[in-house]
Design a protein around this ligand. Sequence first.
Ligand code: HXC
Length: 259
Amino acid sequence: MPFENIELTTKDQLAYITINRPEARNALNKETLDEMVEALERLSQQEEVGAVVFTGQGEKSFAAGADIKQLTEKSAMDALNPQGMQYVYDMIESYEKPTIARINGYALGGGCELAMACDIRIASTNAKLGLPELNLSIIPGAGGTQRLARLVGKGKALEMILTGKMMGAQEAVQFGLVSETVALEDLTAKVEEVASKILDKGPLAVKLAKLSVHMGTETDMKTGLMLEKLSQAILFNSEDKNEGTQAFIEKRKAVFQGK
Ligand code: HXC
């Protein structure tokens, strides 16, 4: 079935999920989220795809949050829906392939929360990030209260959430909310440069490094260290580890198979 709210494209080993509602500043309605899940499920089956980029259509907005028109109809039961926005972003955070948010403008509310669920965030200099949900008398409910505090610290997160203040791209770099900022016209090239560094690595090592960081930081140190050790045990027994170490010794580029 063709998508109506997103575009799914691939360029070599990189897949792009582009939110395609520029007339609504790429606001995330239910249909968009459903299509995102479908796209991720399809990409799971495509072994040749090594990483996924999330972005928004146009030059103004990555995503301006949940669709406020749909929010008017939401009840308590919708907030408790186990397959809501929080679920989709959890799925992205634990997705087996690495993810990059290409933040091309506003990343607000659920849009900022989407970016925070990705592994890496790269923003154009015109980007603005924030969690303005309290203006609507709701809270950031798609992981925002948790992921923002973990990324920028509790004090800055509380300031941003309680005041609804937006952060510019440069400040977002300073606080670790995004890793880099470049001019909008250079954004795709920068994203692809970062992606290609990841794609050069052994896919199994990428998968287990991602898992160790995400899961390890959500548990106590001892459990996190054990998770790291077990991941390393899997890698020490992998063909890619033999290839990676041998390629270094033979002064050639490694060719990884993902096993
Ligand atoms: C629905 C939206 C929208 C949104 C913008 N639009 N954001 N529609 N939901 N989140 C629509 C506008 O209604 C308008 O439609 C068109 O997009 C252009 O918007 P403007 O405001 O005219 O554009 P601009 O002046 O460039 O301002 C851009 C903006 C602003 C700063 C992004 O639109 C804005 O503040 N949007 C709301 C951001 C927000 O509050 N996000 C949090 C949502 S709550 P028309 O038809 O008039 O042209 C949330 C909860 C997540 O995300 C957690 C839930 C579990």
